[in-house]
Design a protein around this ligand. Sequence first.
Ligand SMILES: C[S@@+](CC[C@H](N)C(=O)[O-])C[C@H]1O[C@@H](n2cnc3c(N)ncnc32)[C@H](O)[C@@H]1O
Length: 329
Amino acid sequence: MTDETCQWQGWREATERALYGPGGFYLRPEGPAGHFRTSVHASPLFAAAVARLLGEVAQELGTSEVELVDVGAGRGELLTAVLAAVGPSLSVRAYAVERAARPDGLDQRVEWTDRVPRDVRGLLFANEWLDNVPTDVAETDATGTVRYVEVRTDGTERLGAPVHGPDADWLARWWPLREPGARAEIGRPRDEAWAAAVASLAAGRAVAVDYAHVREARPPFGSLTGFRAGREVPPVPDGSCDVTSHVALDACGAAPGDGGLPAAELVTQREALRRLGVSGERPPLALASTDPAGYVRALASAGEAAELTARGGLGDFLWLTQRVPDAAR
Ligand SMILES: C[S@@+](CC[C@H](N)C(=O)[O-])C[C@H]1O[C@@H](n2cnc3c(N)ncnc32)[C@H](O)[C@@H]1O
């Protein structure tokens, strides 16, 4: 065993290094799309819905010039598709916020940055970003004490010091642990990351989309897991796989300390996409005889919409929306 694999670290630190350190999983050339399908890759209907949402935000702001910030932009796939989908009446300044490098050949209109720009007027959108903001993991020991879980690079775990301070406060409020063996991901860094992203908006809407849970229905043993090449694998923080967990999005919408964030709305992706006109309904059979090609196209589109809105799948994702009113209006 090397010195590095012997070292015990909290999950937050270990994940940070595995995903974003030298040779980290997310800095590799193949990008997230090389390992799993998000809604962005599942269908262009998703980007078309985001384009529609952007249009709504522009209308609310009373402008035809609007900014679009994609946080955790992968390789810019969503922005590329949204720019292709918006009509000529909307002028869009598009920012990709990403820790990985700008991919070759990306549309020159996309500005690539590792920081969320300030004073944005428009839409900040983050699909499957927050689940990749590293968190510590807590577990209750046999005596009922809640401890940090420590991990080595080979994935071996042990229990460390008792959870204390703001982490303990976060667990008490958002994810109380009682039974021995109960585990939780301590979502505080995600709350803070989201609050900072929302604070970058001068006016408009911030939307986080992720696999998520709320206080009334947390997974009893947490949801930490790994993904590699399309398969779920044990979470091993050695840079060979994604390390991810579902997001306590209700906490993100309220944090930190309930101060300063505009009111949050949480709805399923099924509902959010329905409002934006995406439905999995099949086209009427009569279309098959009057417009066979149109029928086939509509059928394919309904299949893609069904995937984006499926129960037990992408449709169960939650959309957290926060609206920042335009102080100047
Ligand atoms: C699961 S991928 C999602 C990619 C894309 N949004 C999609 O839906 O296909 C998460 C992305 O978030 C990026 N990321 C994580 N933390 C970040 C941060 N603090 N700033 C910018 N990008 C970040 C990762 O590098 C990775 O590309």
